[in-house]
Design a protein around this ligand. Structure first.
Ligand code: ADP
Length: 197
């Protein structure tokens, strides 16, 4: 659809918001299989960063699917739109100085490329890594049991593929790292990038 008649209004500069918040806006995009630990790590990070006085907003794939993305399913087309909307929302937040933690499976390279394309330099890809068997054993939402019983269609890692990220900015191997270790790794990453200390 053409948007030639739309004239976005200017807002207070991003830098002003970042000075106010004493941080830089960024989007940490946590991808990985269901049960790999994305939400658990994002939740721990949000608490630690909040306690340090940082302003953080979490965008969780499951939560967004109950609202903004409630009309989307798991077809390739809908997964793409799910990522596009989430990345656009994250962009608005990062442009206002917010540290955004996105936790979405984001199973394929082209989906992560889409998010990267929308977010540019604000995008950091964090691969929360655990193999199918480990996630199946954890099964925090009971989805793996349902998938094994054929009750979940297009389940990622089973009937729908998960392509491992080729060059993520950070890998959190949750088969080896505790939640605390992973949180520490991300804090180090933010410090090294000058985003927040
Ligand atoms: P996702 O958001 O990736 O679907 P969740 O964070 O909801 O995954 O679930 C991960 C589950 O694995 C939680 O029950 C968590 O307690 C458990 N878990 C066990 N070990 C770890 C670890 N080292 N890092 C993160 N989560 C872990």
């Amino acid at each position: 659809m053409s948007a030639t008649h739309i004239h976005p209004s200017t807002t207070l500069p991003r830098h002003s918001k970042e000075v106010l918040l004493k941080q830089k806006g960024c989007v940490l995009w946590l991808c990985g299989l269901s049960g790999s630990g994305k939400s658990t790590i994002a939740n721990a990070l949000e608490h630690v960063l909040h306690d340090k006085g940082r302003f953080v907003i979490r965008l969780d794939g499951d939560n967004l699917r109950t609202g903004l993305n409630s009309n989307l399913g798991f077809s390739d087309e809908d997964r793409l739109e799910n990522i596009r909307r989430t990345a656009e929302l994250a962009k608005v937040l990062a442009d206002n100085g917010v540290i955004v933690l996105c936790s979405l499976i984001t199973p394929r390279g082209h989906l992560r490329d889409l998010a990267r394309g929308i977010l540019g330099d604000d995008f950091a890809e964090i691969y929360v890594k655990a193999d199918y068997a480990t996630c199946e054993a954890r099964d925090p939402k009971g989805l793996y049991a349902k998938a094994a019983a054929g009750e979940v269609k297009q389940f990622t890692g089973k009937d729908s593929s998960f392509e491992e990220p080729q060059e993520p900015d950070l890998i959190l191997d949750t088969e080896k790292l505790s939640v605390q270790d992973s949180t520490f790794e991300v804090l180090e990453f933010l410090r090294n990038k000058g985003i927040a200390s």
